[in-house]
Design a protein around this ligand. Structure first.
Ligand code: SF4
Length: 215
């Protein structure tokens, strides 16, 4: 793929660039996930936000609605953002792959992690979103997003909560994916939540700085 922005170059706004990119995604057949998706899931939120959140990929609910982070994990993400007085409309929210990865099991389709080949095939769209939105801060939700954007050897339990400089000048951090948090029980649940809440506070401090610099 040469340029994702062929149709939108020439100084047009980022909404137009993102619209063109979303249109390309909606008919994309670059990987096999195209064969089983119901809807592509491009992004939601504010393309002018300094903060971009990147998850792994759409699950069953997202595939059905075409929106990122709906269902229980989405509700938890809203709670995490609300802990620092943010809403999902104030951030730009997307995923590493734009189509649901699923496997047939017991007569129904179950979510599965995207394969490396699928993430790689979809990466030009994520990079296109980064180019258009130009986030100053990127929060990776879960290991797969951190492996894609920060470092292929990223270990979420060891490397989360720290800042990393991306090639495009943005600062990135990773925290646990809300779906992972929801799978924890007892003390593990409390500990995981505490770490996520700590991470979002650090991210919010950077967000505030970025907002102040814009004033
Ligand atoms: Fe295209 Fe990405 Fe969907 Fe694969 S996951 S078909 S690369 S939009």
């Amino acid at each position: 793929m040469d340029s994702l922005f062929d149709a939108a170059d020439g100084g047009e706004g980022r909404e137009k660039r993102l619209e063109d990119l979303a249109a390309q995604v909606s008919v994309c057949t670059r990987c096999d996930l195209a064969m089983t998706r119901t809807n592509t899931v491009f992004a939601s939120g504010d393309p002018y936000s300094p903060l971009m959140l990147v998850g792994e990929g759409p699950g069953e609910n997202e595939d059905a609605t075409g929106l990122p982070f709906v269902g229980r994990a989405g509700k938890l993400l809203d709670d995490i953002l609300a802990a620092v007085d943010l809403t999902r409309d104030q951030v730009y929210l997307t995923n590493t792959v734009k189509c649901r990865a699923a496997v047939q099991e017991g007569g129904r389709m179950k979510n599965r992690p995207p394969r490396t080949t699928e993430t790689r095939a979809c990466n030009p769209y994520l990079q296109g979103q980064m180019e258009a939105v130009k986030p100053e801060i990127v929060l990776c939700l879960g290991g797969p997003a951190a492996k894609t954007l920060i470092n292929k050897d990223f270990k979420i339990t060891k490397d989360r909560g720290k800042w990393y400089d991306l090639d495009n000048g943005a600062r990135a951090m990773a925290t646990f994916h809300p779906a992972y948090v929801l799978r924890q029980r007892g003390d593990d649940l409390d500990n995981t939540k505490r770490l996520v809440w700590k991470d979002i506070q650090n991210v919010y401090a950077e967000y505030q700085k970025a907002m102040e610099e814009r004033e």
